[in-house]
Design a protein around this ligand. Structure first.
Ligand SMILES: Cc1cc2nc3c(=O)[nH]c(=O)nc-3n(C[C@H](O)[C@H](O)[C@H](O)COP(=O)(O)OP(=O)(O)OC[C@H]3O[C@@H](n4cnc5c(N)ncnc54)[C@H](O)[C@@H]3O)c2cc1C
Length: 392
């Protein structure tokens, strides 16, 4: 049993870390580990993505015929982890979700148009599954797509909610109902330019300072070429993509940084003239956090292991997402308890301990338990698919 990385993999990580140290800049990297940078777009961030592409670091595991290098999937994972630890933008949606699904199921037009642009780091995507009546039960989506045979395509009308990145993405990856008589077999996936005149985007701000969006569709025309895979086959692709999202978009790096920050605080801080590291309650709490961080890493490696072997790691992804999100909340709770009342001071307040990162973390980690499928839904997946228990 080998839990460590190979020498070649460690060399790659060292190369990445040297690159990230040289590129270190507040315009590109977030100093707090909440990954808020993923929901903001700037020319500097796009330029950074271009630099990753120039070095051949985007889509490393893709087939060579689509511009990839057929390197083991572990390299995509190592890249995401290093970027997340540095608070840098990550290519998760394009490379990990849209690109991989197009490679598996897309037609030639989609492959020719999107794959080179993704691999050059030129394109950002928004993902549209959720609707007011279809969140956890995403298969209940009602955004209507009606066949327009005369023009060779589909007309979309209705609404999505919680579309992160819609305000800066270039393309929209959207599920819509093409057969109202069937639930799971009546959904089709479409790709739509985000500046289509029939789309209206309105902001929704979360408790964690993150912008997400409502998107309204008014007679949005999508040509047949921009249907992903089979008509009415979209639910299968969405499920595969959600499994990929649960780990492609959820590195363990931010949790590591938060635990490291608390450990650093416990080593140095003095309270009432006594080093806090002598307090058995502090030592016990920190030791528990560090142990559970190790559990999160191991659960993540199971997911990566399955994915690298070519599978779609459904149950393993759910276990990892559930544990990671709940653990992130536990770290934020522990920080509030250990750091005391000043932990409630916001980022930028001079007296805020550890730069105020845990005030934001306390709010943000709640949001993380919802996006990409709530903790309750992960438990349902584990119960049904791993334990064989009946559906609720
Ligand atoms: C910050 C953020 C970003 C997001 N980004 C995107 C995005 O880019 N694209 C996108 O499509 N969606 C996105 N989402 C939507 C997200 O996937 C949904 O919010 C999530 O799936 C929950 O759906 P809901 O909000 O409708 O809650 P509901 O489904 O109404 O759930 C409400 C509560 O009931 C519980 N519940 C529901 N069903 C069950 C059940 N069967 N068993 C047990 N408990 C249950 C839930 O766990 C939750 O606690 C985002 C959400 C957030 C908060």
């Amino acid at each position: 049993m080998e839990f460590d990385f190979s020498e070649e993999e460690r060399t790659f990580v060292a190369e990445l870390e040297a690159f990230l140290a040289a590129e270190r800049s507040p315009a590109v990297m977030d100093d707090a580990p909440e990954q808020l940078s993923q929901t903001v777009d700037t020319p500097a961030k796009r330029a950074f993505m271009g630099k990753l592409a120039e070095r051949g670091w985007l889509g490393m595991s893709w087939p060579k015929q689509y511009g990839g290098q057929e390197r083991p999937g572990i390299y995509d994972f190592l890249l995401t982890e290093c970027l997340s630890r540095a608070g840098a933008p990550q290519p998760g949606k394009g490379v990990g979700i849209v690109g991989k699904t197009i490679i598996r199921h897309g037609n030639e037009t989609l492959k020719q148009y999107f794959l080179p642009r993704i691999i050059r780091g030129e394109i950002e995507f928004a993902i549209g599954y959720s609707e007011p009546g279809a969140g956890s039960d995403a298969a209940n989506m009602q955004l209507r797509a009606v066949r327009d045979g005369a023009r060779g395509g589909w007309l979309l009308d209705g609404q999505k909610i919680w579309t992160t990145s819609a305000h800066f993405a270039d393309w929209y990856w959207v599920g819509a109902r093409t057969d109202p008589s069937s639930k799971h077999r009546g959904i089709t996936l479409f790709l739509i330019p985000m500046d289509h005149p029939g789309l209206t985007i309105r902001p929704t701000w979360t408790i964690g300072d993150e912008r997400t969006n409502e998107v309204f569709f008014d007679a949005v025309f999508v040509p047949d070429d921009f249907v992903v895979g089979q008509v009415n086959g979209g639910w299968t692709y969405i499920c595969e993509a959600l499994d990929l999202e649960r780990f492609a978009m959820m590195p363990v790096g931010p949790l590591e940084r938060k635990v490291e920050a608390l450990v650093g605080w416990a080593r140095e801080a003095v309270r009432d003239g006594e080093p806090v590291r002598r307090d058995p309650r502090v030592r016990s709490r920190i030791a528990g956090l560090v142990t559970r961080l190790e559990v999160a890493r191991m659960l993540q490696r199971r997911v990566i292991g399955e994915a690298v072997r070519g599978g779609v790691p459904t149950v393993a992804s759910s276990k990892y997402k559930l544990f990671m999100n709940e653990q992130s909340k536990a770290v934020a709770d522990a920080a509030e308890d250990l750091l005391g009342p000043a932990a409630q001071l916001r980022h930028g307040e001079p007296a805020a301990p550890l730069g105020g990162r845990f005030e934001r973390s306390y709010r943000y980690t709640v949001v993380d338990t919802i996006g990409g499928g709530t903790s309750e839904i992960q438990k349902n997946i584990i119960a049904r698919r791993s334990l064989g228990l009946p559906a609720a």
